[in-house]
Design a protein around this ligand. Structure first.
Ligand code: BTN
Length: 237
């Protein structure tokens, strides 16, 4: 059961939800804000969070943490966007939502473990909905539902559509019935069979052809020496 808490402005919904998680907030707490002053993106990136977008974080306390959890949030975004626009969005592993090579949503999952057991997981979602433009540096790489369709969307309607789907998928995830989720990812995956470079850590980069994901949601890359490399985190560059 989800418990939504609304704000007008926050530094970052992920940051604030982490504080609540440490204080013992229950699974299903969702923080939503109209704008973020310090929105966090993947790596050390910032997430531009001006009014018009949907910025929210969901607190989970999963028994087992798999890359599939963040993939799942991407699937939910694609399905929500497809339903409200009838456009065919895709997912760039693990969870960038793409339309015509432009990014329209990003997901940042941050987790804390006690030993190998996850204590909590925060699924932070930034969905570009009613923004008319993005800062110049992002002009050609970011888009929004409004830019694509020339329509305004009801943010609460999109959020509720997302959260309802997310709850159903999370039930599947917890029941261990992950085949359905993996197959959905395969349907929406954007870079099947393409040769890509992936940033590992520090300056290390690996390269290979995407041949799919395994049952955990990890990316499978076919290397030039015909070995298969299994990757648990990105990003694809
Ligand atoms: C990415 O770089 O692709 C991930 C972006 C994630 C942004 C969302 S907005 C809500 C939540 N709070 C944050 O500070 N970041 C995430």
């Amino acid at each position: 059961m989800l418990k939504k808490i609304y704000f007008t402005e926050l530094d970052s919904t992920n940051e604030q939800l982490e504080k609540l998680a440490i204080e013992g907030a229950t699974e299903g707490t969702v923080l939503i804000t109209k704008l973020q002053t310090k929105g966090k993106g993947q790596g050390s990136n910032k997430w531009v969070s001006e009014p018009g977008g949907l910025y929210f974080s969901i607190l989970l306390r999963p028994k087992k943490l798999l890359p599939l959890l963040s993939i799942m949030a991407g699937i939910v975004t694609v399905e929500t966007f497809r339903e409200v626009t009838e456009l065919e969005f895709g997912i760039k592993w693990p969870n960038d939502i793409i339309f015509n090579n432009q990014k329209i949503a990003g997901i940042l999952v941050e987790s804390k473990f006690i030993g190998v057991t996850p204590e909590y997981s925060i699924v932070g979602c930034g969905l570009n909905i009613n923004q008319n433009k993005f800062p110049e540096m992002d002009e050609y790489s970011a888009t929004s539902l409004k830019i694509l369709t020339e329509k305004d969307f009801d943010l609460d309607f999109v959020l509720d559509n997302f959260l309802k789907r997310f709850e159903s998928y999370y039930c599947l995830y917890n029941s261990g019935n992950t085949t359905y989720i993996i197959n959905k990812f395969r349907t929406y995956s954007y870079l099947n069979e393409q040769v890509v470079k992936i940033k590992l850590f520090a300056d290390k980069i690996t390269e290979g052809k995407i041949i799919g994901i395994n049952d955990d949601g990890a990316l499978l890359l076919l290397k030039s020496d015909q070995n298969i490399e299994t990757l648990y985190s990105g990003p694809i560059i």
